[in-house]
Write a protein that binds this ligand. Structure first.
Ligand SMILES: Nc1ncnc2c1ncn2[C@@H]1O[C@H](COP(=O)(O)OP(=O)(O)OP(=O)(O)O)[C@@H](O)[C@H]1O
Length: 455
């Protein structure tokens, strides 16, 4: 079916306007007619026509067509992408050619042939709609690209070096990647890095946080909709998958997706096409998929709340981001990094953290990971009056599980020592010097104890 559009007709002859209105009414969405070309601007602003049908001569007996050219110029100065069709006298081919050169889209001759007139108008409406759609998509892509300022991924611990190596090794692939890690470990940042170092680096990067969109909006967000698909759909809108086409789609918190939505997502990924809500025709999509979750997806598969086939589709490569408590000195590197950031932001000049403050951060278990560290540093920078941050500048919540390693019942010294060493090694990310410092012994003494306890 041909697409209906809004047509503005400008002609000084009322009979022509009447006849055109009558003829076109069944085929068009809306029609406005006027004998006064001086009202062009008003109609363009209030009616926003898809196509303007413009007569060439307005003064009685005028034949030069110059007025038509003047009005065309005015229209294009208001909207350079306006679609204008000239109406010319039958024999005026020369003027018609001139009109196209001046920026008109097409012309029709008077008296018109109905079929030819309709065909010309339908293709003009189609052109207008696709121009508007392309404009909207381009705007969205530009906005998304500008948004992609990439912070540095800080970390030199073995676990983080491995993450960085994997990101670089994946730089020339298109494989679907599943990023796993606790909340706040940097999954979003890693997804952006993957895109930044991929063949799609300059294309769109579109994120959708499946944990935050209500179930009933899932389809319209992901697949888009056509005008009139539901009560509030006043105009058509592409979904996130369509916007990401040619680039990267980042599905955050994929573990939160309900089973019916998992089925819809899987179908779209398998068929590489989506159908907008209210549309009939499918749209081809070509996206590189990156997903992230803090959930144990294999457990969810086991209990029947996550589809095995969807897991296979999204986890071609799995990338594990370690919790902050296992990254040792990275905690200090990150603290220094956030200190610099917030010094700049709040115009402070705190130079660093003293030894006790560093130890306090190293011993804490960081359930909220890097995000929690970032907030703690921001608060410390704002509130501290010291030149160097001290332990009292960091108000760390008391942790429920903190005493578990040393529960009240346990008095056996060897067991206590073993647990303390194991915990220090875990928290230091396997760095012996740091673990020794945390335990308050020398590196040499630590080696001896590890040997004695057979750790
Ligand atoms: N290694 C890092 N270096 C620098 N900044 C980091 C690092 N890791 C995380 N951040 C910062 O910490 C904050 C939280 O990171 P991010 O949002 O990527 O975590 P996430 O794992 O996606 O969290 P969630 O699971 O809650 O979605 C962000 O401001 C991010 O820029």
């Amino acid at each position: 079916m041909e697409e209906k559009g809004k047509i503005l007709i400008i002609d000084d002859n009322e009979d022509v306007l009447f006849a055109l209105n009558l003829l076109l009414e069944p085929y068009m969405e809306k029609i406005k007619v006027t004998t006064q070309p001086t009202r062009i601007k008003h109609f363009m602003e209030t009616f926003q026509p898809d196509v303007i049908l413009l007569d060439m001569n307005f003064c009685r007996d005028a034949i030069s067509g110059q007025e038509g050219f003047d009005y065309l110029e005015e229209i294009l100065s208001i909207d350079p992408k306006a679609i204008v069709i000239f109406m010319t006298a039958y024999s005026d081919t020369e003027k018609a050619v001139r009109a196209i050169k001046a920026g008109a889209t097409d012309f029709i001759s008077k008296p018109w042939e109905k079929e030819k007139l309709l065909a010309t108008l339908f293709s003009a409406v189609k052109l207008s709609k696709s121009r508007k759609e392309v404009d909207r998509l381009q705007e969205q892509v530009t906005a998304l690209r500008n948004d992609a300022s990439l912070p540095e991924l800080i970390g030199e611990s073995p676990a983080m070096r491995q993450v960085k190596d994997t990101i670089f090794r994946l730089s020339d692939t298109d494989a679907n990647i599943l990023i796993l890690g606790e909340n706040g470990t940097g999954k979003d940042l890693v997804a952006r890095m993957l895109k930044h170092f991929s063949p799609h680096a300059t294309e769109a990067f579109v994120t959708i946080d499946l944990g935050s969109i209500p179930e009933q909006l899932f389809e319209s967000e992901l697949f888009g909709y056509e005008k009139g698909a539901f009560t509030d759909a006043h105009k058509s809108k592409p979904g996130r998958m369509e916007m990401a086409s040619g680039g990267t789609l980042f599905l955050d918190e994929i573990g939160n997706l309900s089973l019916p939505m998992q089925a819809k997502l899987l179908t779209a990924l398998e068929k590489r096409q989506i159908v907008r809500l209210g549309a009939v025709e499918p749209v081809h999509i070509d996206v590189r998929l990156i997903c992230a979750t803090n959930a144990q997806l294999p457990d969810k598969v086991h209990e029947g709340s996550f589809r095995q086939d969807l897991l296979y589709r999204i986890n071609t490569i799995e990338l594990h981001i370690p919790p902050l408590r296992e990254r040792g000195e990275d905690i200090i590197l990150l603290a220094q990094h956030f200190l610099d950031t917030y010094n700049r932001k709040y115009h402070k000049s705190i130079t660093g953290l003293n030894r006790e403050a560093r130890n306090k951060l190293l011993k804490y278990a960081w359930p909220g990971n890097v995000r929690e560290l970032q907030h703690i540093l921001e608060r410390a920078v704002i509130l501290s009056e010291n030149h160097i941050l001290r332990p009292e500048d960091f108000l760390l919540p008391k942790q429920k599980g903190q005493a578990r390693d040393f529960d009240d019942e346990e008095l056996n010294l060897e067991k206590l020592e073993r647990r303390a060493i194991e915990r220090a090694l875990r928290q230091s990310g396997g760095n012996y010097s740091l673990a020794a410092e945390m335990l308050g012994i020398t590196r040499f003494a630590l080696y001896r104890k590890i040997d004695k306890l057979n750790l």
